[in-house]
Design a protein around this ligand. Structure first.
Ligand code: 28F
Length: 660
């Protein structure tokens, strides 16, 4: 994002022109939830985190090394850094306003996300100061800069004084923000909890060894709480290794010293600490980006996990342990306690509260930073490495055993369920990769059974017209043998007891003849699935096979066409006009030689499938179900006049699509 006047501002020679001003604060007070995720106690403490992030950014950028974090009372918090001090110059675009006022009263005011003033910052959080201001009944900013002391006061986002010079600051500098969250917004939740703030300050201090956070709290607020001191100096040169020891001090450990290091790659920083706990303990994975917690994980965690499991597998290979190849990241990290903190130049976050890192290069960079060092750590103590590896292998074996048991249970369950006799089942039990083809009539069923891959493809022939569930009574539905056989073959109960996990196949493929009857049966089946197993459709498990209608041959060359239109296109484009092209039309799938049915319609490597999806998904949003129900009733329901009306209204779309 370029600055307003195109002046190339380096990180230090910041001036007011770097501020991109985007919009006022009204929306923040109308919908605070959009900015801080709610107005509960958690959201209240988010205000403190925003201001602390700004102070931390100044420290991480190397301009501050101390932050004061003072809980004056349950409703007022002061945070101070000894950084450069917010810029006090006039903002060129608003000559009547100071840069401070612009930063504090406009949303997204701040060059932070343009990365000019800060090499790595909370980035998206860098716009927090104005949000805190809008949601505080009183907020004061004090700035010590260039030996002068300035102060400006605000209430609910609006300035109540100008930025006034109030004295001199001969030997200090930095920014102080004191604020009282607005009870109009937070109601009775507007009380800070000392323990929450203390943990927040301590967590930040662990994340950046270059800063000391001085905690102070009104003793009256500590009452019974003995884990929170009234005063503390929070400074951890040991970084995450200290943090991890602190977090696991009362847990049984599997190894004595954690694997903890800090690496710099491409000007960005990667710090981590991991240890493994006793099997009885629960592990955890705490990750951060630019000192901002990423509770929903993300690409940095992915990279870290890959490094650990790949290094363990490589160690296994080194010591000739063949089973090492089968361990997964979950096996390698089971019962582990991990802290991972990365500092990236331009982090990309996702999710409602932006708590998931999605920066693509973070995976590669984090893996690169960790992998070599973990290789080294493993080979520096092979007894410990072997212990870790064998524990991971035990987990992999356990996992495979459980999977086998589940498959055997499924197989026996379906045997108990007495599958319909006409179902030609597949041999694989891994429902993730198996498919059930629904075909009309026994002759098509015969060809399909010959053409299929017996390991992963099952075939269920259906006899004649399927009941139209959109117009049939529920008694007729339950009495219908075809449909109850279908549900039995799928291993599911239709209707409200439907569970996607019960499905015996990963995909259900409707493979009817490429003629009008086939299309009608497909429509009846889709109506059945939509009405009786909507989650199966929404989960994208229902497909339409695309059998060809024509075969075109000329000499040794053969092509297939789905319909008249494609036949014309292929004729025009792929065949030599000078000699005759033999065109034959397939009566039905039963007429098709199995080899061709396989190649054109069933083989995943060469076929094309149409996934059945709900219409208008993006245009109707939430009431998608209502719209779809209406459409299905119109097209398949009892009232023929609705159908005719729809066809009349949409006939020209159909004609247009046929290009007649
Ligand atoms: C208690 C909270 O907010 N500290 C801050 C600075 C320093 C600069 C700055 C802040 C618009 C957005 C660039 C000064 N001189 N503590 C804080 N310290 N903001 S907030 O600049 C604001 C600009 O990013 C600063 C030179 N460069 C930056």
């Amino acid at each position: 994002m370029s600055d307003l006047f195109g002046t190339a501002a380096s990180s230090d020679s910041y001036d007011a022109s770097n501020i991109e001003v985007l919009e006022g604060l009204e929306p923040v007070r109308h919908r605070p939830g959009m900015y801080i995720g709610g107005t509960d106690e958690r959201a209240l403490h988010h205000l403190a985190a925003e201001i602390l992030d700004n102070a931390m950014d100044e420290a991480v950028a190397g301009h501050a090394n101390r932050i004061d974090f003072i809980l004056e009372s349950a409703t007022t918090l002061t945070i101070r850094d000894n950084g450069r001090g917010m810029p006090t110059g006039k903002h060129p675009k608003f000559p009547e306003k100071s840069a401070v006022e612009v930063i504090m009263t406009t949303l997204h005011a701040g060059g932070k996300f343009s990365g000019k003033s800060y090499a790595t910052s909370g980035g998206l959080h860098g716009v927090g100061a104005s949000v805190v201001n809008a949601l505080s009944s009183a907020l004061t900013v004090e700035i010590a800069r260039e030996k002068l002391l300035y102060r400006q006061e605000f209430s609910r986002g609006a300035p109540v004084t100008a930025l006034n010079e109030i004295g001199t600051a001969p030997n200090r500098r930095g920014t102080t923000v004191t604020f009282t969250p607005d009870t109009e917004i937070f109601g009775e939740n507007a009380k800070f909890r000392a323990a929450t703030l203390y943990r927040m300050a301590r967590s930040k201090a662990y994340l950046f060894a270059g800063v000391e956070i001085r905690w102070r709290c009104d003793p009256a607020l500590l009452a019974s709480n003995d884990t929170v001191p009234a005063e503390a100096s929070l400074h951890f040169p040991g970084g995450l290794a200290d943090a991890l020891n602190d977090a696991t001090q009362d847990k049984g450990l599997m190894i004595s010293t954690p694997f903890a290091e800090l690496a710099e790659l491409d000007g960005q920083k990667f710090e981590w600490a991991i240890t493994w706990l006793d099997a009885s303990e629960d592990g955890f994975f705490s990750s951060y980006c630019n000192t901002v917690p990423t509770p929903s994980g993300g690409t940095h965690e992915t990279g870290f996990r890959q490094a650990i499991v790949r290094a363990l597998r490589a160690f296994g290979e080194l010591v000739g342990n063949k089973k090492a190849a089968d361990i997964s990241a979950d096996d390698a990290l089971a019962n582990s306690a991990v802290m991972l903190s990365v500092f990236l130049r331009d982090p990309q976050f996702q999710g409602q509260t932006k708590d998931r890192l999605v920066s693509a290069d973070a995976t590669r960079l984090t893996e690169q930073a960790v992998r070599d060092r973990f290789d080294h750590w493993l080979s520096s103590d092979t007894a410990r490495a072997t212990y870790l590896l064998e524990t991971a292998i035990d987990r992999a074996e356990e996992r495979k055993r459980r999977k086998k048991e589940k498959e055997v249970a499924r197989k026996s369950a379906t045997r108990r369920l007495r599958l319909p006799g006409k179902l030609a089942d597949c041999t694989s039990n891994d429902s993730e990769f198996t498919e059930l083809f629904l075909v009309e009539g026994d002759s098509a069923g015969g060809s399909a059974k010959q053409a299929r891959d017996r390991k992963t493809q099952a075939v269920l022939p259906l006899r004649g017209k399927i009941l139209n569930v959109a117009s049939a009574s529920s008694e007729k539905l339950t009495a219908n043998q075809e449909l109850s056989d279908l549900a039995l073959a799928l291993g599911v109960k239709p209707g409200k007891d439907f569970k996607l996990d019960d499905l015996r196949y990963g995909r259900i493929i409707i493979m009817t003849d490429a003629d009008v009857d086939g299309a009608h049966i497909a429509a009846l089946l889709m109506t059945y699935f939509y009405r009786e197993m909507p989650n199966l459709v929404e989960a994208g498990r229902l497909f339409l096979a695309q059998p060809p209608l024509y075969r075109l041959t000329q000499g040794g060359k053969t092509e297939y066409a789905l319909d008249d239109e494609q036949r014309e296109t292929i004729l025009a484009k792929n065949f030599d006009k000078r000699s005759k092209v033999e065109i034959s039309r397939f009566k039905g799938l039963g007429e098709m030689p199995p080899a061709q049915l396989k190649e054109t319609t069933m083989n995943p490597a060469s076929r094309r499938l149409l996934r059945v999806d709900l219409p208008m998904r993006d245009s109707v949003g939430a009431d998608l179900r209502r719209h779809t129900d209406q459409l299905v009733n119109t097209l398949m329901g009892k009232k023929a006049e609705l159908r005719f009306g729809y066809i009349r209204d949409h006939a020209d779309d159909v004609l247009a699509s046929l290009d007649v």
